[in-house]
Design a protein around this ligand. Structure first.
Ligand code: SF4
Ligand code: F3S
Length: 106
């Protein structure tokens, strides 16, 4: 499955959700998660993300491994999102800021 990682936090552009053929994305307050049991590994969402936050679970960048379990857990409690919504006003300010996990709102 593909995994949403740290750089999505507080960026949440949601361009990714428009292309997913199986509606695998779930939305929280400032992050999105992919349900690994639904994702069919089509890879369509990867180039859509302006924050380059989506990776294949076996190709996660160093330090992002914990997001595998996190995507599974959060996708179980958050609702599905299938339509693009406006990004936070300050999304661009947080694009590229490392280690945003402490700011994740569940
Ligand atoms: Fe959806 Fe494909 Fe991305 Fe998986 S890889 S979340 S199926 S768009
Ligand atoms: Fe997040 Fe990128 Fe989607 S920032 S909401 S994974 S387009």
């Amino acid at each position: 499955a593909f995994v949403v990682t740290d750089n999505c936090i507080k960026c949440k552009y949601t361009d990714c959700v428009a292309v997913c053929p199986v509606d695998a994305f779930h939305q929280g307050p400032n992050f999105l998660a992919i349900n690994p049991n639904v994702c069919i590994d089509c890879e369509l969402c990867v180039p859509e993300c302006p924050a380059e936050a989506i990776f294949q679970e076996e190709a996660l960048p160093q330090g992002q491994e914990q997001f595998l379990k996190l995507n599974e857990e959060l996708s179980e409690i958050w609702p599905v999102i299938t339509e693009v919504i406006p990004a936070p006003e300050d999304a661009d300010k947080f694009n590229g800021v490392p280690n945003k996990l402490p700011e994740l709102i569940v």
